[in-house]
Design a protein around this ligand. Structure first.
Ligand code: GDP
Length: 406
């Protein structure tokens, strides 16, 4: 009897202790974190819609802190989901600043992603060119392959003419010779441009980059990714959330900024984009930043409306000094539609570089050629996924190698 009583008492004590620990575990999580509080009062709001990369990062940090504080390794496992749900809004937490991946390593990923999605262009061309008899039908198929990949009519014709000529001169063709020849001609088709993003002002002020494009193309994401690229290159960045049309855009941009320690200047929803852009550059000058990136709204309601809006942003920003770069963001999956957008934007502002996003999700990489021809402006960056470091400098050689394999 005594023995049973003792066992019961022991059980009750154990249950009480366990639940007490679980509760204290929860309480502990609400304690301020070890990091010092933010010294940047304008950065307050957490992400409205976290990105893929963030979802993976938040839970990784939370349980680690709990383990250290509670010192009960076995009790934490069921706690992890609760940590994810608890919004960080409760505490003015200074987010841990990330160190973005250096830009140099990105080429490898670019190639892997393109190779996965673009077999139809490069490999298709190689297969066709390897046929024993290159008759008219085969040349037509080559043309079709290029047109299907959105290369555009004039560049396709040029390329086919060049290939016909060179294949004739070559006579018998080994696979290596064919690959080399196709590589050379495709690289030549992409042209010789200065593809560096101009982020340095000739004056003693921050470089100012304006990012334009139709909403949904990946403009805000690209601005955020570009901030990471610049930070990775050792530059300090101020972000201007001048897309006041899309409700979540400013939050989204601010989240990108917070992750790498860049301040975001924002205004009220529906506020005047030009005054936000102006304030962002002012802030950049005040804090001696290296670069100011301005995200804008891309409503293609009417050309006049767009022209008024973007034109005003540009004029107002230029009160501080000239813009160093105007990047047009285009969604590579939209084909001809993308080209129409490009034309409209080019009439409204002087585009100095193109960012092609979502190249990971299309077999129509030929749009790179078509859009450069359309605007006479180089593709400078390509988006290859939704991850924070999935933006890479565009390099024709690596691009073509990814298309045809090496
Ligand atoms: P905005 O309206 O132009 O500012 O568009 P957002 O920046 O909000 O992007 C729209 C969607 O496109 C988001 O879901 C992004 O994650 C996605 N996106 C942006 N760039 C890329 C890319 O390079 N590849 C893929 N697969 N998705 C992208």
């Amino acid at each position: 009897m005594e023995l049973i009583l003792a066992v019961v008492i022991a059980l009750v004590v154990a249950v009480a202790v366990t639940s007490g620990l679980v509760i204290s575990g929860r309480k502990k999580k609400q304690l301020p974190p070890a990091e010092p509080p933010s010294t940047t009062p304008t950065i307050t709001a957490p992400p409205a819609e976290p990105h893929v990369g963030e979802e993976a990062e938040t839970p990784r940090e939370e349980p680690r802190r709990t383990v250290e504080e509670v010192e009960l390794p076995t009790a934490e496992a069921p706690e992890a989901p609760a940590a994810v749900e608890e919004p960080l809004v409760e505490e003015p937490v200074a987010p841990e600043i990330e160190v973005p991946e250096p830009t140099a390593g990105r080429l490898v990923r670019l190639r892997a992603r393109l190779a996965r999605s673009q077999n139809s262009l490069g490999k298709g061309l190689l297969t066709l060119l390897s046929r024993e008899h290159l008759d008219e039908d085969t040349w037509e198929e080559i043309e079709e392959t290029l047109l299907t990949a959105d290369v555009g009519v004039a560049p396709t014709q040029e390329l086919v003419d060049r290939l016909r000529e060179r294949v004739k001169v070559l006579g018998t063709r080994t696979p290596d010779e064919l690959r080399g020849l196709l590589r050379e001609e495709l690289v030549a088709l992409l042209g010789d441009f200065d593809r560096s993003v101009k982020t340095e002002s000739p004056e003693d002020t921050p470089g100012v980059v304006m990012v334009v494009g139709v909403n949904g193309t990946g403009k805000t994401t690209t601005t955020g990714k570009l901030a990471r690229v610049l930070v990775a290159d050792g530059k300090s960045v101020v972000l201007g959330a001048a897309d006041t049309f899309r409700a979540a855009a400013a939050d989204q941009l601010q989240t990108w900024g917070e992750r790498v320690g860049a301040r975001t200047v924002r205004g009220p929803e529906g506020g005047d984009p030009a005054s936000i852009a102006f304030d962002a550059v002012k802030e950049g000058i005040a804090e001696n930043a290296d670069v100011v990136l301005i995200d804008t709204a891309g409503r293609l309601h009417t050309k006049t409306g767009l022209m008024d809006e973007l034109g005003k942003v540009k004029r107002v920003v230029e009160k501080h000094g000239p813009l160093d770069e105007i990047l047009l963001v285009l969604d590579a999956t939209t084909g001809q539609n993308g080209l129409i957008q490009a034309r409209v934007f080019a009439e409204v502002v002087d585009i100095t570089g193109i960012v092609l996003t979502k190249l990971d999700g299309t077999a129509k990489g030929g749009i790179v050629v078509a859009v450069q021809r359309e605007l006479g402006v180089p593709v400078k960056l390509v988006g290859l996924g939704e991850g924070p470091d999935d933006l890479a400098p565009f390099e024709p050689g690596a691009f073509v190698d990814a298309l045809i394999g090496d």
